[in-house]
Ligand binder design. Sequence first.
Ligand SMILES: N[C@@H](CCC(=O)N[C@@H](CS)C(=O)NCC(=O)O)C(=O)O
Length: 217
Amino acid sequence: MLQLFTHHRSVSAHRVRIALNYKGVSYKSIFTDLDRAKGDRLSYLNVNPQGLIPALWAEDDLVISQSSAILEYLEERYPERPLLHGDIAQRARIRSFAQIAIADTHPLNNLRVLRYLRDGMDVAYAKRRQWFEHWIAKAFGPMESILSAQAEASDNLSYCFSDKPSLADVCLVPQVSMAERYDVNLSDYPTLRRIYRSCMTLAAFQAADPDTQPDTR
Ligand SMILES: N[C@@H](CCC(=O)N[C@@H](CS)C(=O)NCC(=O)O)C(=O)O
């Protein structure tokens, strides 16, 4: 069985949990502490030398790190319920949108970045908060424009780019969930919130939510 090294608050692991659930793939969670000082974290470096979560133990001799690589592997290995669907143009739109979250947003507000601002550069809480909210706004503003235009052109789709969830929804939901957890004001992003709520009616998304993970408690 697949084994996922995960932590309930990890945005990147959250993406992978949604994809696994959506595709109906069974997996075992290996709860891994985000705190580098903890013992299990040190042994985790043997699994993923970067020490970042998630990693997927996919086959005997294959551990995959980097959520985008894991998502691509799952899409190729379990194509039955695709997360990349539609024609070539649609798939390109989905990939572009997903990269706003994966490449341009999450890396700037990752735990190690925020910790480095605090411990390596002595940046005070108010300025760290400003940093955090700045990069969320830089992502959510364009995401809202893209999805509201899409919704207008296609009669208020339930999900980002069609009437089925895609990789775009898989990447949007953890980002919105994290922003809500940190009490970011999301009133400027009605389309993102509407799509987030649609996704959260689905069992695959509910079962992947940070609050429903056994390591939350
Ligand atoms: N680009 C990586 C990012 C992985 C990542 O940064 N994971 C976070 C949790 S979401 C982590 O392990 N943080 C621990 C740390 O920053 O020390 C991916 O998409 O998998």
